[in-house]
Every structure is written in C-alpha cells, then in structure tokens.
Design a protein around this ligand. Sequence first.
Ligand code: HEC
Length: 247
Amino acid sequence: MNAREKEAYLREYSILKSQGKPFFPYSVAKDGLMAVVVMASIIGMSLLFGAELGPKADPTTTTYTPRPEWYFFFLFEVLRVIKPPSLTPLASIGVPTICMILLFLLPFYDRGPERRPERRPIAMAAGLFTIAAMAFLTYEGAIAGSPNQVDMEAPAAVAAAGGETLRQWESGKQVVAQSGCLACHKIGHNGGVLGPDLTEIGSAASRASLARVLVNPTQPMPEYSALSESKRDDLVEFLAQLKTGSH
Ligand code: HEC
C-alpha cells in the first residue's frame, strides 16, 4: 500500500466512522439477541424432539467399524492413505497444524491490498485447491470400507480361472478380514506391521504349512482352530495365491 492509497483509505475510514454507530450498545444488543434466538432454538428442539441415542453398545461385537463424525472424514482418509506408522503423527497432527498456522499468519505474509478475487490468483488457487482437496478426501473417507478389509484385486491367474478358485479367493479374503489378521500382518498395502508381511506368502510356504500355522502358531499369533473347515480351506487357498509378482 503506497502513501496515496493509505491516505485515501484513512479518509474513507474517518467518513464511515463519523456516520457509524458505536459498538456498545448497538452491536452488542444485536449479537446478544441472536445468541438468545440460537440458544432458545436449541432448547426448544431438545424439548420437542429429544436427543437421539444410538443402539446400545455391545462390547462383544467383532464386526463394529469405527468411524469418525462426517466432518473428520478428510483426516480419517488421510490416515487411511498414509500407511507407515512413522508418518502417522505427521499426517494427523503435523499437516493440519501447519495449515492452521499458515491461516493464522495470513494477514502477516499476505500484504497485498487487492480484494477482488480475480486479482488474487495465488490466494484463490490455494483456497480452491484446499476446498477441492478436503471435499475429495471427505468423499473418499465417506465411502471407505472397514479398516479390516483387504483391498486387493484377484491375481490374473485366479481371475482367469474363475469358478471355484475365484470363489475361494473372495471367501478367504473375507475370512482374513473377519479374523483380524490385518491387526498384525501386512497384505499388499493393507494392514499392520507386527507380524511377517504375507503379501508373497504363497511363494514361501506350502498349503500344508499355511494350514499348520493357523492351528499351531508361534506366539504372539493367536490360534485359529475354531474356524470351520471350509473357512480354513478358503483362507489357506487365499494365502496360497499371494504369490510373488501376482499383484
Ligand atoms: C496378534 C498378531 C497376529 C495375528 C492377529 C495373526 N498373526 Fe500370523 N503371525 C504373527 C506373528 C508374530 C508371526 C510370526 C511368528 C514366528 O515368529 O514364527 C505370524 C506368522 C504367520 C504366518 C507364517 C509366516 C511365515 O513367514 O512363515 C502365517 C501364514 C500367518 N501368520 C497367517 C496369519 C493369518 C492368516 C492370520 C489371521 C487368520 C494371522 N496370521 C493372524 C502374528 C499374528
């Protein structure tokens, strides 16, 4: 802002100020009235409709899918996409904090006097990009499946075989999801870090040894002898198809 612009601004400001009304009591009264209306509406709605309670909590459920409120879907999605645990703090705390600080410091680093959107291409582009990115991540977070789900296409050989082979693959994948294997094992880009990576286990272990691990595992892996025979067969078939270079 140069000296002339500054003078023009100060003149305009003093004219507006001489015409205006003081903050107290005019604005305070207006804001106070609005606050009373909002509070009264909330009280009225809670008296009329009550508060909704979800179904009773069931501590024994194994199918519960934890999900955040919709306005956190974008963060939820960022966490889903960024898998390495070492990067999780950066994604969940670092990036949003940096964005908040940048927003907070905006008046200090953006000193441009322009206010028309078309004359502020960088600010507009950054703003639109942020809105678009958050909308996209919110949408992706909203349609995301359970964190236990194995997000993986059937290998070409399985897809080509079709029939029983494909059914066993899909069913075995389901058993993995329901059994919580991903809490420890990594399969493709899904799951954890505690146990060995199973992405290529089909090339390393025979069907017989895979079946043996399930009923006679090494600690801390739990045993899965309670699985029905057909589920165990499907699970072993699924694992056996996880071959090097098949996906
Ligand atoms: C609590 C964590 C945990 C869970 C849950 C778990 N595992 Fe494991 N699993 C392990 C660990 C740790 C090992 C390595 C044991 C060892 O040192 O031999 C292992 C080993 C294995 C192996 C042998 C890997 C190899 O390289 O030989 C297979 C196969 C396997 N698990 C499959 C499964 C399947 C399938 C499930 C779900 C039905 C499952 N695991 C659930 C922790 C787990």
